[in-house]
Design a binder for this molecule. Structure first.
Ligand SMILES: Nc1ncnc2c1ncn2[C@@H]1O[C@H](COP(=O)(O)OP(=O)(O)OP(=O)(O)O)[C@@H](O)[C@H]1O
Ligand SMILES: [Mg+2]
Length: 239
């Protein structure tokens, strides 16, 4: 299986309209998103920047169907994932690949088995799972360490496996929340370049929330958030 054969599903454009979200803590409510509207294009890397607590993770969770807005809408292509709980679960499983700061690998399983697990949940055949897991490990440069367990891998290696896992079901959308937050600059760049290549080489929609300026500099679109709002929307260095 070549890297081109790995991916058949192109990204989709995302449009959000006036998303609001507030959290209730005891008697008090705290508005976290105050009307977030933006457009995110397939084939591009969109970076979300902004100070701690401004709402980046909350916004990314809305895009990925991990959370739903109080008001407003997320449209993904022609589709509104928040319609029903079944739609949302399906969307999270098949349409979105998540990469987090903590790699979230299952400790007792090899890299290869970690990749196979979400494909088992999605009902793929054993032979297809194994072939695809090997090809994805090759893509992220981890093929030689396929039999290693997470505690035998460095942070950068674990994060490369986590990127491969995010791609197992060929999702059109890749959402990454501080994916380089625990990595040194060299490994951070390897992971950032991998994520960017998914947009630029495979036409996926890639959204990265990050404090890391060197990751930010790779964005095609930069969304600046402050206090629950997008305050600036600009093109990246490459445009
Ligand atoms: N489940 C929750 N219940 C209550 N408050 C929450 C919850 N999740 C987030 N918040 C609050 O919402 C605000 C925005 O949080 P969010 O995690 O989206 O920020 P962030 O921009 O991702 O910050 P960081 O850069 O530190 O990751 C914060 O003030 C946070 O305390
Ligand atoms: Mg966050």
């Amino acid at each position: 299986m070549t890297s081109k054969e790995l991916f058949n599903r192109m990204g989709m454009d995302i449009r959000t309209c006036e998303l609001t979200k507030q959290y209730r803590v005891a008697e008090n409510t705290y508005p976290v998103l105050k009307g977030v509207s933006c457009e995110i294009k397939k084939g591009e890397v969109t970076i979300i920047q902004g100070p701690s607590g401004c709402g980046k993770t909350t916004f990314l969770n809305m895009l990925g169907g991990i959370d739903v807005p109080d008001q407003g809408e997320v449209r993904v292509g022609e589709f509104t994932p928040q319609t029903t709980e079944t739609d949302l679960s399906r969307y999270r499983l098949y349409d979105v690949g998540f990469v987090f700061q903590s790699y979230n690998l299952i400790p007792g399983l090899s890299a290869l088995d970690n990749l196979q697990l979400p494909m088992t949940v999605a009902g793929r055949k054993h032979s297809e799972r194994v072939e695809r897991a090997h090809a994805l490990l090759q893509l992220v440069g981890m093929h030689e360490k396929a039999s290693k367990k997470p505690d035998e891998l460095s942070g950068g290696e674990q994060q490369r496996v986590a990127v491969a896992i995010a791609l197992v079901n060929d999702p059109p959308l890749i959402l990454a929340d501080e994916p380089t937050g625990n990595l040194d600059s060299k490994n951070g760049m390897i992971v950032a370049d991998l994520l960017c290549s998914l947009a630029h080489d495979y036409e996926k929609t890639v959204v990265i929330a990050t404090h890391d300026p060197s990751v930010g500099s790779k964005g095609d679109q930069i969304l600046q958030m402050r206090d629950g709002l997008i305050v600036a929307d600009g093109r990246g260095w490459n445009h």
